[in-house]
Design a protein around this ligand. Structure first.
Ligand code: SIN
Length: 544
């Protein structure tokens, strides 16, 4: 793992370094690929399956494949689709089949909602302390099995194993956080304007929460949502991304071992063909009180419209187009380091990653040169299980096509390819650095979601802020400056829900995560996240 990126991720407390190559990974990846500096050494696509080791009892040493469940999880049971249909989950690095899961549809979703509604009747009656103990136990089990969960995540999603381990630690931190927050859901007693009355506010769990989670963080985006809901006393029906259901199902196994009662957490798996029907059922069902979605802005808008018919509370974590601004006053070394983590984490497939890098004219050439040299030294494309890989595959060939089209568009409009610029075999794309980028290019106006760093030049602070805010997205923004007055001015002016000042990686469970403008609604994590799953009730006590 590249040293600088590792250090960055460690600093932001969600990377656990993990260098060992397991027997499982060696067996599974008999077609090891190792792509480095524009070269593909070996790339053999073969159908592979995780080795089949039966699940052992809690406490017994296991391997990653024993966490593979080829069933959905409803009412505390491993179940098939009513139609008995299944679909295959493919490793985006090798093309090998990781396993199959039920291809559920609206009927199965409806059944899961009924189960969750029934479970809510008793779960809402549990004490905060009881819920907290279960969440804490769940976190302990995830920590105990962190290596296996990380391997599973790399196998289904492709991100480098060290990053996967970092995500598991990050995901587990939400369990710990919400185990604590469960016990801090305070109501209010408000001074009454009428002498004979008392004015109280209760916070109560709102009911069944429907969740749809993405493939880029198959573990942490589930725990950030589900643990908040469970801590609040809600029950959950969750559809994981079709690309990454196994991490979700492994979490169910550990939740069950931790003592989470049947029906509190239900996972409905579905292929892309049924995803829209499952989403629509969750959004329109009268027993579902809340929708929480992380994914594309387009899908978020559809879900928001569908939720209108039953006036659901909706949380959306949608796409970004993050500006990463480097002012003349910046520490260039720190800015380059920050950019490497911010841009190339998960091969650029995060909603918060730098999408447009704005560099002030006085340091433009020096910065571009420094980024290019750092990329040469630190980025290594390859299979997520191969030692030293920092850049895994993109999720599928469509994603690669999009990244290539952004690069081609930029080049056709005058950008210079300083590094990379092209796809490799399979789902891999070379880490790419583009200079002379302008605001009209697609890589500046749309989210690329890939390992492309487009660098634009600006003259003044006003210009940089105006360009940063020109987009309809408003998730994350970053800037590097050592001028304290400028730091205050720009931090206040950026129209984003998250701002990194001299930091490229800012997500932590303690801080609110949520976008402005078309990047979303609501906040996850932090002391605010649990409120998304609570209703306020004003109680007026008269005759006192
Ligand atoms: C995302 O990009 O979808 C989430 C990233 C994070 O939590 O840092």
């Amino acid at each position: 793992m590249n040293q600088t990126i590792c250090r960055h991720l460690l600093r932001s407390s969600f990377l656990v370094l993990h260098g060992e190559q397991s027997l499982m990974s060696r067996r599974l990846f008999n077609s090891v690929i190792h792509l480095h500096r524009h070269q593909i050494a070996v790339f053999t696509l073969r159908k592979t399956r995780m080795d089949r080791v039966p699940a052992s009892a809690a406490g017994v040493t296991r391997n990653a494949s024993s966490f593979i469940h080829e069933n959905a999880f409803v009412d505390g049971k491993w179940v098939s689709a009513a139609s008995s249909k299944t679909f295959q989950v493919v490793n985006p690095s090798t093309g090998g089949v990781v396993g199959s899961v039920p291809d559920m549809d609206a009927t199965d979703t409806e059944e899961a909602i009924k189960v969750a509604y029934k479970a809510f009747q008793s779960w809402k009656e549990t004490t905060a302390k009881e819920r907290s103990i279960i969440l804490r136990k769940w976190a302990e089990l995830c920590t105990q099995h962190k290596d296996e969960l990380a391997k599973l995540l790399t196998a289904e999603m492709g991100k480098p194993l060290a990053e996967a381990a970092g995500e598991v630690a990050y995901g587990t931190a939400f369990m710990e956080w919400f185990a604590e927050e469960a016990r801090r859901v305070y109501g209010d007693i408000i001074p009454s304007p009428v002498k004979s009355r008392r004015v109280l506010v209760l916070k109560q769990p709102l009911g069944v929460a429907g969740m749809i989670t993405p493939w880029n963080f198959p573990n942490a985006m589930i725990t950030r949502k589900a643990c908040a809901a469970i801590a609040a006393g809600c029950t959950v029906v969750l559809k994981p991304a079709e690309d990454t259901p196994f991490s979700a199902l492994a979490l169910c196994e550990l939740a069950s071992q931790a003592g989470l009662p049947p029906g509190v957490l239900n996972v409905v798996t579905s292929s892309r063909d049924h995803a829209a029907a499952v989403g629509k059922t969750l959004c329109k069902h009268p027993l579902v009180m809340k929708i929480s979605f992380t994914g594309s802005t387009n899908v978020g808008k559809i879900l928001l419209e569908q939720s209108a018919s039953t006036v659901k509370k909706v949380s959306l974590e949608l796409g970004g187009n993050a500006p990463f601004i480097v002012f003349n006053s910046a520490d260039i070394g720190a800015a380059v380091k920050g950019l490497m983590g911010c841009k190339f984490r998960c091969s650029g497939q995060t909603c918060v990653c730098a999408n447009r890098i704005l560099v002030q004219e006085g340091i433009y050439d020096k910065f571009v040169q420094a980024v290019a040299e750092t990329m040469d030294k630190e980025l290594k494309v390859g299979d997520g299980f191969a030692a030293g890989t920092t850049q895994g595959p993109l999720i599928n060939s469509k994603a690669v096509d999009k990244v290539q089209s952004h690069v081609d568009d930029a080049v056709s409009k005058g950008a210079t390819v300083v590094r990379g610029g092209k796809r490799l075999d399979g789902n891999f794309f070379l880490p790419t650095l583009l200079s002379q980028v302008t605001g009209e290019m697609r890589c500046a106006t749309e989210e690329t979601f890939g390992p492309v760093a487009p660098i634009l030049k600006f003259k003044t602070e006003e210009e940089a802020v105006a360009v940063a805010n020109v987009t309809s997205s408003g998730l994350a923004g970053y800037f590097y400056s050592q001028d304290i007055a400028q730091i205050w001015r720009v931090a206040e002016k950026l129209e984003t829900g998250l701002v990194g000042v001299n930091e490229g990686l800012v997500s932590v469970p303690e801080a609110p995560f949520g976008g402005w403008k078309e990047s979303g609604l609501g906040s996850e994590g932090s002391k605010y996240g649990i409120n998304e799953y609570l209703n306020l009730k004003y109680v007026c006590m008269g005759g006192v």
